[in-house]
Design a protein around this ligand. Structure first.
Ligand SMILES: *Cc1c(COP(=O)(O)O)cnc(C)c1O
Length: 395
C-alpha cells in the first residue's frame, strides 16, 4: 500500500482491518493477540458492546457543540472524575499532551497569580515522557525527542527519577511545578519509589510548588486502582489522564482542586473539541466499567498471572533479567546479552501473532486490556514464548 503519511512514523508491516475483544485481524485474515491495547488505550479491549451501544445512542443525539456550551455527558464525566479522586474541577482536552499542556500552563499561571512572575521554574524527571507539543516535549526529559526543534521554552530543569536527595537540591521557592509519572512508561516501565513521591510531596509543600502527577498511562485502572496515586497515597495538586479514559476515543483530562483551578479565568485557556459530547458519552460508559470491583480485581489477578508466566518464560528462554511494573503495565527488561534488541523481539512477536511494544530500547512493554481473560493471556504468552525461542535461534 502506498504511504501518504508524513514519515515520522515507522508503521509495522501488517495492516489491521478489524478487532474484537483481545484479538486483531489484518487484511490477509491473520489474527493477533493484542497485548498492547493501542498503547494502553483500549482498556476494555476492542469494540466493547457497551461502548458501541453508547456511541450509537449518542451519535443520534449530539456530536459537537463547542465549549460555548456545556453538555450533559461532559458534566457527568467530570462529576465521576471528581467524586472518585482528590479533585474538584476538570478540564477536558483531546490528548495526553494537551492535558499536560493545560497542567503546566495552569501551574505557571497559579504561581504568577499568587507569588509573582519569578516563580516559573518547572522541574521534571530525567527520561520522563509528557507528550509531543513543544512545551510538553521540552518538559519531557529525552533529548532525542527535542533534537532540532529549538528554541525550546525556558526555565525547565531535570532531576534524576527516584533520587530524593537530588530533588531536595533542585526544588526552591522559584519553582512553580514538579511533574512526575508514577510509573515512567515510555522510558522503560519504571515505578516510582514510595519514598520518592513522599519526598516530592514534602518539598512541594515546603516551597509552595504544585505537584503534577502525569497519570496518562498509569490512570484509569491500569495499575489496579482507578489512579496509581491512590496506591501510593501521595495526593497531587494536579493530575492528568488520557489514553484509556475514552475507551479508545481521543480525550485527555486535567484534574485539580478548586483553589488552583481559579487561576484559569474565563478565556485564559481553551479548546474547540475538548469535552466533545460524543467522546465524553463513551468515556462515561468506559469509566463505569473500568471503575468497578470486577474490572479492578481482574487487573490484579491477571497481573499476578502475567508476572508468573513471564517469569517462566524468562527461566526457559534466558532473554529477560527482570519483570517489573504494576497491574497490567508490565515491562520485561532484556538481559545484558540481548541489550538493545527489544525492537527485534517486537517484530518476531508480531510474526508469531502477538502485539507488544518496546519502552526504550531495552524493555518489552505489555499493556493488555483490563478485561483480558485466561484464554487470551495464555494464547498470547504461548505465541510470545514461541517467538522468542525462534528469534534466539536466528540471533
Ligand atoms: C502517552 C503519554 C503522553 C502523551 O499523550 P498523547 O495522547 O500521545 O499526547 C504523556 N504522558 C505520558 C505519561 C504518556 O504515557
Amino acid at each position: 500500500m502506498k504511504n501518504y503519511i508524513t514519515p515520522n512514523f515507522k508503521f509495522a508491516d501488517i495492516i489491521p482491518v478489524k478487532a474484537k475483544e483481545n484479538t486483531v485481524w489484518d487484511d490477509k485474515g491473520k489474527n493477533y493477540i493484542d497485548f498492547l491495547g493501542g498503547i494502553a488505550v483500549n482498556a476494555l479491549g476492542h469494540c466493547h458492546p457497551a461502548l458501541i451501544k453508547t456511541l450509537d445512542q449518542q451519535a443520534k443525539k449530539l456530536w459537537h457543540i463547542s465549549n460555548l456550551f456545556t453538555t450533559i455527558p461532559t458534566q457527568e464525566l467530570a462529576e465521576k472524575l471528581v467524586k472518585n479522586t482528590f479533585a474538584d474541577n476538570v478540564f477536558f482536552a483531546n490528548s495526553g499532551a494537551e492535558a499536560n499542556e493545560a497542567a503546566l500552563k495552569l501551574a505557571r499561571k497559579y504561581a504568577f497569580d499568587h507569588y509573582g512572575p519569578q516563580k516559573n521554574k518547572i522541574i521534571s524527571c530525567l527520561n520522563s515522557f509528557h507528550g509531543r507539543t513543544l512545551f510538553t516535549v521540552s518538559v519531557g526529559a529525552q533529548e532525542k525527542y527535542q533534537h532540532g526543534f529549538g528554541p525550546l521554552p525556558g526555565e525547565i530543569y531535570y532531576t534524576p527519577f527516584n533520587d530524593s536527595e537530588a530533588l531536595k537540591e533542585i526544588l526552591d521557592d522559584n519553582t512553580c511545578a514538579l511533574i512526575i509519572e508514577p510509573i515512567q512508561g515510555e522510558s522503560g516501565v519504571l515505578p516510582a519509589h514510595l519514598e520518592f513521591l513522599e519526598t516530592a510531596r514534602k518539598y512541594c509543600n515546603q516551597h509552595n510548588i504544585l505537584l503534577i502527577l502525569d497519570e496518562i498511562q498509569t490512570g484509569m485502572g491500569r495499575t489496579g486502582s482507578l489512579f496509581a496515586y491512590q496506591q501510593y497515597q501521595v495526593i497531587p495538586d494536579i493530575l492528568t489522564s488520557a489514553k484509556a479514559l475514552g475507551g479508545g476515543l481521543p480525550i485527555g483530562a486535567m484534574l485539580t482542586t478548586e483553589s488552583i483551578a481559579k487561576s484559569f479565568t474565563p478565556g485564559s485557556h481553551g479548546t474547540t473539541f475538548g469535552g466533545n459530547p460524543l467522546v465524553t458519552a463513551v468515556a462515561n460508559t468506559a469509566f463505569d466499567i473500568i471503575n468497578s470491583p470486577e474490572t479492578l480485581n481482574n487487573v490484579k489477578e491477571q497481573s499476578e498471572k502475567f508476572i508468573n508466566e513471564l517469569e517462566e518464560i524468562t527461566a526457559e528462554t534466558g532473554v529477560f533479567s527482570l519483570i517489573r511494573g504494576k497491574g497490567l503495565l508490565l515491562g520485561c527488561v532484556l538481559n545484558e546479552k540481548y541489550k538493545n534488541k527489544a525492537a527485534e523481539i517486537v517484530n518476531a512477536s508480531l510474526d508469531a501473532g502477538v502485539i507488544i511494544s518496546l519502552a526504550g530500547s531495552n524493555v518489552i512493554r505489555l499493556a493488555p486490556s483490563l478485561i483480558i481473560n485466561d484464554r487470551d493471556r495464555k494464547e498470547g504468552l504461548t505465541r510470545l514464548k514461541h517467538a522468542i525461542l525462534q528469534w534466539k535461534k536466528n540471533a
